[in-house]
Design a binder for this molecule. Structure first.
Ligand SMILES: [Zn+2]
Length: 224
């Protein structure tokens, strides 16, 4: 394997990529929260990434450099292709593949990656709708968070944010609600002001029925 085996560093690069994909400002505390690592651990890895020229810090903001972006894209590509292999070829359930792919992404060589691309028919997105870096024809312009939707309007789910992908329970729920990429949903009502958090959310009609999802979930669903 040409790139070597550095799961920890690769995990950081991947997380930085995911956060910037969702337009988030990246500070160390956010990395710590996403990776569930302690502040000193995050500081040490970020220091190493800066030393290697993969990231730069502007004030408190952490950004991938061109070199870091290339490395991150390679890991993310392998992750999303591995998910495709697991769902499309091996038949593993949609809500479980993210975790499995998190292990595989570090050991897939460029040769194996090429074979996965062929066997899965050159996919442009992962099974959760997130674009595979380097693939053609992915157009994410015009997509926005479901949180800013309007009642009584229909939207199409474009992708499930990576933050939700690591929560298998929520993914399983979304699947059972028929909230998956490419599906149309109708917003029946919006209630973000409810006094009890569990009453607060979006009531959505899909081909599988009418269900309510919370604010935290709506925030991580991207639609057009
Ligand atoms: Zn995915």
């Amino acid at each position: 394997m040409s790139s070597g085996f550095h799961p920890s560093v690769e995990q950081y690069l991947e997380t930085l990529y995911d956060l910037s994909e969702d337009g988030e400002t990246i500070i160390q505390a956010r990395l710590a929260e996403r990776l569930k690592h302690s502040a000193p651990t995050v500081s040490a890895v970020v220091k190493k990434l800066i030393g290697d020229g993969d990231v730069i810090k502007i004030g408190r903001n952490i950004q991938l450099t061109e070199k870091g972006l290339k490395r991150a894209q390679s890991v993310v590509r392998k992750h999303r292709l591995a998910e495709r292999l697991l769902t499309d070829v091996l038949g593993i359930e949609w809500h479980l593949v993210h975790e499995e792919a998190g292990l595989l992404e570090h050991v897939i060589s460029d040769r194996v990656e090429q074979k996965i691309l062929e066997i899965t028919g050159n996919p442009t997105t992962c099974p959760h709708g997130n674009p595979i870096p380097g693939s053609q024809s992915v157009n994410t312009t015009g997509e926005f968070r479901l949180l800013s939707c309007e009642a009584r309007k229909t939207y199409k789910i474009s992708r499930i944010g990576e933050v939700l992908e690591s929560d298998t329970e929520i993914l399983a729920l979304l699947y059972s609600f028929g909230i998956t990429p490419g599906k149309n949903i109708l917003i029946k009502s919006i209630n973000f002001e409810a006094t009890h958090l569990q009453d607060s959310g979006l009531t959505i009609q899909t081909s599988k029925g009418i269900n309510t999802i919370g604010v935290k979930i709506a925030e991580q669903l991207w639609v057009t």
